[in-house]
Design a protein around this ligand. Structure first.
Ligand code: ZN
Length: 493
């Protein structure tokens, strides 16, 4: 390797130093840079393209299921924020405040939105007159600010992050539940079918719900380092926000009723989970579904074969582009094929086509899969179909490997020692009967910083109440008291 490719490549190891490795992949694969202010990042074109791919899928599904996009101001007057007390208490330590406009002190401080219930709900109240106005489903794509004093981890932990936040109002609690499940299912789908990251659906324990919510449901993804990522959340807010903000409506008998509301959000943390799940010591690995470049063609020539190889390669690039693939022909003169291979590996291009004089003579193409370097040969004639099949195969490989990691890493434990030992040794999820007391979580948390990341749901998405199934073992895995719930402990991002 030349010095130049050393500098280009990843030097940290994913299995030994996942944190350092992750930071290096993000920077060297050109996804993001650190901003001059601690806690903020600059998203580069290749990183933003990943966000756009997620956005495109979700936004389409939202619109297909009755959601309209809106945009509300990024500032929330303090008096609005104070109208729902749980929101104030929950977010107060993390709110950034605007106190001045130019040189003048503001009469009322403005919060930079940490989440927008408090500015959206009053307008929903205004816009809701009768039952005919419901359900009302609004969504905005924006960023929010939460001033956490933790170490910056691009896409996982930043003071400002991109997300979408959906806010809906319904005439009945059943309607609100249906909404909660619809969005949770769409989040599951974006992780599994778009990002090739399998997730578990569950709900957060009572003490870890979204402030003001009746129930917080979640999709959780297990990273290869054994930590869980909260992938997205969908909250049934019950009537607490509707009561605080007077979201009422006249029912069919002209009687005034209070609405039920929900909110749900997915942030660019999904990009973090995507990178962490699939990438390796050579750099970024992306499923073809989101890769900005799905196929790179690297022509390999000598002076006397250059014209033929290039012409042949261009023909293939044209065919693939016409068929709708995102393809790049890397015909740079100043770089040798080895350098190009490394660079496209680092950038996570899922499929590489190698074309030299042999391929031209035999009317063939050599295909190499990014995740495992699997190499095969296809006929020039059927190249469009072959590429299509290979991209599907690459997606399946990534999904299956992540699924295997998840399946192997859900273990049961029935005592504090066993819970601690299992998480300490293997990471992953430890499933245990739980009495429901937060103090039992504290016992584990104090020792190894693992917490209850979720509780499984009674009936995969079908339960209107978000019930948790009964454990078959009836003693709390921590204190030994009677347990009628199940908890999943894990370390988390
Ligand atoms: Zn207990």
């Amino acid at each position: 390797m030349s010095d130049e490719s050393q500098e280009l490549g990843i030097t940290e190891s994913k299995s030994h130093k996942p944190g350092e490795w992750y930071a290096e992949v993000v920077q060297k694969a050109n996804l993001a840079d650190y901003a001059p202010m601690g806690g903020f990042i600059v998203t580069k074109p290749r990183g933003y393209a990943l966000w756009e791919a997620i956005q495109e899928s979700l936004d389409g599904w939202f619109k297909d299921t009755g959601v309209d996009n809106v945009y509300f101001p990024m500032f929330i007057p303090e008096s609005f924020l104070e109208r729902e007390k749980d929101i104030v208490e929950g977010f107060d330590p993390e709110v950034a405040w605007v106190t001045h406009g130019g040189h003048d002190e503001l009469e009322e401080r403005l919060a930079v939105r940490p989440t927008s219930e408090s500015i959206i709900a009053p307008f929903m109240a205004d816009w809701t007159r009768s039952h005919r106005d419901l359900p009302m489903r609004l969504n905005q794509w924006c960023s929010v600010v939460r001033w956490e004093a933790t170490e910056t981890k691009p896409f996982f932990r930043t003071k400002e992050f991109m997300w979408q936040e959906g806010h809906t109002a319904h005439a009945s609690n059943e309607g609100a539940w249906e909404e909660v499940w619809t969005r949770l299912e769409q989040y599951e789908r974006v992780y599994e079918d778009v990002l090739a990251v399998p997730v578990l659906r569950g709900k957060k324990p009572e003490h870890d719900k979204f402030p003001g919510a009746d129930t917080t449901t979640t999709v959780e993804a297990l990273m290869p380092d054994g930590k869980s990522v909260q992938g997205a959340t969908s909250h049934n807010l019950g009537q607490s926000f509707a009561e605080s903000f007077d979201i009422t409506f006249a029912d069919e008998d002209e009687k005034e009723q209070t609405a039920y509301t929900t909110s749900w959000g997915l942030s660019w943390r999904a990009i973090g989970a995507l990178i962490m799940t699939h990438s390796d010591d050579q750099g970024l690995v992306l499923p073809p579904t989101v890769a900005p470049t799905q196929v790179v063609i690297v022509p390999i020539w000598q002076e006397d074969t250059k014209d033929d190889v290039l012409e042949y390669s261009e023909g293939i690039a044209d065919d693939l582009e016409t068929a709708g693939f995102r393809v790049e022909l890397d015909d740079r003169d100043e770089r040798n094929p080895g350098f190009k291979f490394n660079e496209h590996e680092l950038n996570g291009v899922p499929l590489r086509l190698e074309i030299g004089p042999h391929e031209v003579d035999d009317a063939e193409v050599t295909l190499v899969h990014r995740p495992d370097n699997a190499e095969s040969v296809a006929d020039r004639d059927g190249i469009v179909d072959a590429v299509d099949e290979h991209l599907d195969e690459i997606f399946d490989k990534l999904y299956e490997s992540a699924e295997e990691n998840l399946e192997e890493n859900v273990r049961e434990a029935h005592s504090p020692e066993e819970i601690l030992g299992t998480i300490g040794k293997h990471g992953g999820y430890v499933k245990t009967p739980w009495c429901g007391d937060e103090a039992c979580e504290e016992v584990i948390k104090e020792k190894i910083a693992a917490e209850i990341v979720m509780q499984p749901l009674e009936d995969e998405g079908g339960s209107t109440a978000g019930d948790v199934p009964e454990p078959d073992h009836d003693e709390c895995g921590v204190c030994g008291d009677p347990a009628d719930e199940i908890a999943y402990f894990a370390k988390s991002y």
